[in-house]
Design a protein around this ligand. Sequence first.
Ligand code: 8YV
Length: 337
Amino acid sequence: MTHSDHRPRIWVSRPLFDDILDRLREHFDVEVEDDDREWTRQEMAEKLADKAGAILGVADPVDASVLAHTPLLRAIANRGVGYNNLDLAALSAAGVVATNTPGVLDETVADFAWALMLATARRVTEAERYLRAGEWKGMSFHILLGGDVHGRTLGILGMGRIGQAIARRAAGFRMPVIYHNRSRLDGAIEQDCKARYVDRDTLLGEADFLVLTVPMTAETRHIVGAAELARMKRDAFLINIARGGVVDDAALVAALSEKRIAGAGLDVFEREPAVPPAMLALDNVVLTPHIASASLATRRAMAGMAVDNLIAALGYGPDAGRPPNAINADSSLARAG
Ligand code: 8YV
């Protein structure tokens, strides 16, 4: 393939809807990877060495060690709301604008949090494994008894847009909602979500379903570990649709094995795509491969948003120079050219 000398070059680190990428191709030479795979920092540096911009997945790392090899790089569009793969300070220092995709995935991720709550409490995946294994020999009154969801207390740690969307769904299940967040929400939002602010210990001690929706930061790493799990009720369920690192997986395996909590629904893990073997052996946990935002419509919306952000960040399209979802506003030293 030949490249025009004039068109900036873009790297798309994983496959993305081709018709949406066509919008990038109007302005840039686009190199798209065919495989969904993990990239090392060294590989990232090599791929980005001659690129002006990139669309990255939320596990593709960019820090100063990568940026040291990317003289032409001016913009990174993460196609996800989380951006713990990016060192924003290093990006700003290098004059590289970074963007994310907030908002479009809130309702889809909230749906999935409820899918995990229901599946975990009512043992849906365990029941299906039992049936498919041919173990179902007939009606039994004591079969696969689970916990109820309706009427129980929903506790949310991290009450941003996604936490709020999860809370709003609780009314139909007649569930009281409590939450904890770095800062308390406005009264109007609390009313809309019918959610009551509590301190962290009260949240841990009173929630029947503890749902984690905090971003991954230095402060939230292992925000749920052995001490926090010990505060939870024995019949409570932990749901994580945030990031693996916010839960101490080893402590969770211990709590689940010893039945110190009733179960867990996990879409994210500390060392994805690896899942602790001890966790795979447990029945009281529902495990999914980081798919909370994976509805077709939402993934298309996320891809479109990332593409629009990149086009704008590189100075094209209706928002030229003003990418709608910049996350390092202090990158005004953007590299010339
Ligand atoms: C991923 C996510 O983007 O938005 C996030 O922060 O973790 C997800 O929505 C998605 O899994 C695609 O990699």
